[in-house]
Design a protein around this ligand. Sequence first.
Ligand code: SF4
Length: 409
Amino acid sequence: MTVPELLAPAGNPEKLETALAYGADAVYLGLGRFSLRAGSGWASLAGLAQACDLAGRYGKRLYLTLNAFLRPGEEREFSRLLTQLRPLPVDAYIVADPGALRLVREIDPDRPLHLSTQANVTGVAAAQFWQEQGVKRLNLARELTLEEIGAIRARVPVEVEVFVHGALCVAYSGRCLLSAAMTGRSANRGECAHPCRWRYAVQEETRPGEFFGIEEDARGTYLFNSRDLCLVEHLPRLIEAGVDSLKIEGRMKSRYYVAAVTRVYRAALDAWRADPAGWRVDPLWLRELATVSHRPYGSGFLFGGEGAGVQPSDSRYRQSHLFVGAVLDDGGPDGHLVEGRNRFAVGDELEVIGPAMRQGVFHLAAASNGEGAPLTVIQPNARVRLKLPAGTRAGDLLRKPRAAAADGG
Ligand code: SF4
C-alpha cells in the first residue's frame, strides 16, 4: 500500500501558494471558462503559466479543471483554448463531458486526462469504459461506499480519486436545477448560489401569506441541506481500498480553509506513512478541522447506501476561530509584516499557524503602521508590523478564538 496523493484546491494565486506550502502533493484549479466554479477561475493563461512554474518549483503536480458540459457553439472556443493551453506543463486535465474528452484527444493527444466526479462513475463497467477511452484517473461518484470504491479499484487498471473533505450536494452528484430555477444561476455551469442552504417554510394552499417554519429544534430543519464531508478518521480504510488520490473540496473557500484542512490531512497521511499499524486519530486534527467554517461533519456515503450519506443538517456554518491575518515576511527588528483579514486588536489572544502543524498561542503586544506609528486596532486589508513569536515565517496565518473574535469585532 502506498500513501495516496493529497490534492488541494487552488482557487487563486494566494490559495495555490498556501496549498503547496501546507502540504498538498497536487493542486487543482480552473480558468474562468469551462470549469465548474465560475467564480474561482484563474483570469489568464499567463497566470496559469505562473501557477505551473510555482507548482514545478515545489515539485508538485497541477491539474486543470475543464469539466463543463459543452453546448452547441462552445466547441470552437473550447478547441481554441486547448490549442492555447498546449504548451503549458499542466499535469492533467479534469474533464467530465465525453465531447470535451474527444476534443482534448484530437488537439492535445498526449495530455493525461482525469475524469471529474461530474461524470458520475458508480460501477466497474463505467470505470472500464472510461479507462478504454484513455482516462488515467477517475474521481468516483461521491455516492459510493468504501466497499464499492475498493471493488472498482481492484478490478479496473485506473487510478482512483475520492473526495475526503468539504461540502456535499444533496442533489445526486450536484446534478441540480434548484439554483437555476430560483436565481437563474446554474449549478451545472459552475454558478450555484447554494439555495439548498437557505431557510424554508411551508405555505398551505388555502392560507396565502401564512408560512409554517419547518423546524425540528431550536435551530430549525433545513430540508435540502447536507452535512459537510470529513473522512480524516477513515484514511487507513481508504488507503486499504487502494485509493490513489484524496481530494479536498473548496476552490471557493478561504485561504485559511486551504491551509488548515491541507495541513491536517498532510499530518494524518504522514503519520500513516511513519507507522501504519500504530496510526491513531490525533484529537488535534479534529480540533483543527473545527476551526474552519463548516456545517456539521459526516462521512457522506462511505459506510452506507443512498439516504445514509447526505443527512439533512442545520445549515448554519460554524467555526471555532476567525482568520485575522496573513504573515508576509520572516520578520525583522520592527516585527513581521502582516496583512489583516478581519479586525483584531493589540492585547488580543491570537494563534499563529504554519505548515507541519506548527502553531502557538500568544497575546499581541504591539502593532504599528507603515510609518512606525503605534496602532491599537488592525483593520481588514491593512498592512501592519506586529510583534509575533520567534520562528514565525512568511506564509504563516493568524487566527483568533471565536468568542474573543466576537468581542473584538
Ligand atoms: S443548490 Fe445545493 S444541492 Fe444544488 S448544486 Fe447547489 S450546492 Fe448542490
